[in-house]
Design a protein around this ligand. Structure first.
Ligand code: ADP
Ligand code: MG
Length: 350
């Protein structure tokens, strides 16, 4: 056993694969009627009756997608679940089941992986998702987390990316750019710490931005609110790579153009002030930052009366014809083509 401050840490090798799986999955109760069989057999068994099944997977690799220097493991687990839940929300669906696969290097103790799982299970509890299986393996280096989520949706309620139409109004939930500002703050503190470990982190009053980066929430309540008010978006996507990249996905797949008004993009005051600190235009943080996990969607103009008084939805522009292109209308009325600069793990960062 090794010591981490006051706690005794247990090497995973002391439990073995099955012991670890037992520890991580003990006490899991199934809450969804569509889950017939969860953990413990060769496969889980699900029954969606006459609903459509939604499936989505995300892979998270240490030092590619997350940095454990400033990411608490519990937050990482929570976020890993949330990014998957967000994909189901973006289809207008309800998340129901999740599988979690882990590859773990020997530097992680049992206690560390239990922290990770505490975050995953917290998200599952909060959003009523059954953890129905996974796979567990050793890793030669670092931590790999792969989550697959399943959800359900009535056949007439599913919303795709490729069905926006000219004249539709473009909306976003919440505010944008905050997660990226949180990341920049954390990266800055990491560099300061590396050069001088005595320095105290300068993150006072920035909780909102840090929370947006470390502990995002999926926008399921907003999906439900739209449904309750009889609004079915014409197209929808979640904002994982930044507004620019996501509106381009909707437009390219739908064969349409778009106009987004810079001064309509919702920004938190803290996002604006920290963007200024980093000499970044706040709109650029919203367009290119990513990881906000808000929803970008379009509605038919006829639904405007139904949505206009609902909280947390901001109209930012409208869908045009394809030949007008995808443009940002600046504060002085100038038009600039929107280009995707979303974070891309395969590109060199410039
Ligand atoms: P198999 O040999 O069929 O791959 P395992 O021994 O890997 O089965 O897993 C036993 C059970 O535990 C299965 O139901 C599997 O889905 C589940 N399981 C394995 N790893 C995890 C994990 N990390 N989280 C949740 N369930 C898991
Ligand atoms: Mg297995």
């Amino acid at each position: 056993m090794t010591k981490d401050n006051e706690r005794e840490l247990t090497p995973i090798s002391a439990l073995g694969e099955f012991g670890l799986i037992d520890r991580l999955t003990s006490g899991i109760r199934l809450v969804n009627t569509s889950t017939i069989k969860g953990i413990g057999d060769d496969a889980a068994v699900l029954d969606y009756n006459d609903k459509l099944t939604l499936v989505s997977t995300d892979l998270l690799i240490e030092n590619i997608h997350f940095d454990l220097v400033y990411t608490p493991l519990k937050h990482l687990g929570y976020k890993a679940a949330v990014v998957n839940i967000s994909d189901i929300a973006a289809m207008n669906g309800t998340p129901k089941q999740m599988t979690v696969s882990l590859a773990i290097s020997s530097k992680f103790s049992l206690e560390a992986i239990e922290e990770l799982y505490a975050g995953i299970r917290l998200a599952c509890d909060k959003y009523h998702i059954d953890l129905i299986g996974g796979d567990t393996s050793a890793s030669a280096s670092g931590l790999v987390i792969s989550i697959t989520i399943l959800g359900e949706i009535n056949k007439d309620q599913v919303v795709y990316r490729n069905t926006a139409a000219q004249g539709d109004i473009i909306y976003v939930t919440g505010d944008l750019g905050a997660a990226y500002m949180g990341l920049l703050l954390l990266e800055r503190e990491k560099h300061v710490y590396k050069s001088n470990p005595e320095m105290q982190p300068d993150l006072e009053g920035r909780d909102y931005l840090l929370e947006r980066q470390l502990k995002p929430e999926p926008r399921l309540a907003q999906i439900n609110l739209l449904r309750k008010n009889g609004i079915k978006p014409t197209a929808m996507i979640d904002i994982s790579d930044g507004l620019a990249s996501e509106i381009i996905h909707i437009c390219k797949q739908s064969g349409v153009g778009a106009q987004i008004y810079e001064d309509k993009i919702p920004l938190d005051a803290m996002t604006v002030s920290v963007a200024e600190e980093f000499s970044i235009l706040p709109a650029v943080a919203a367009l290119s930052g990513g990881e906000d996990y808000e929803l970008l969607f379009t509605i038919h103009q006829n639904d405007y009366e139904k949505i206009k008084n609902l909280k947390d939805f901001t109209p930012i522009g409208h869908i045009t014809d394809k030949h007008s292109g995808i443009n940002l209308v600046g504060k002085n009325g100038e038009m600039v083509p929107i280009k995707a600069q979303g974070w891309d793990a395969f590109k060199e960062n410039d």
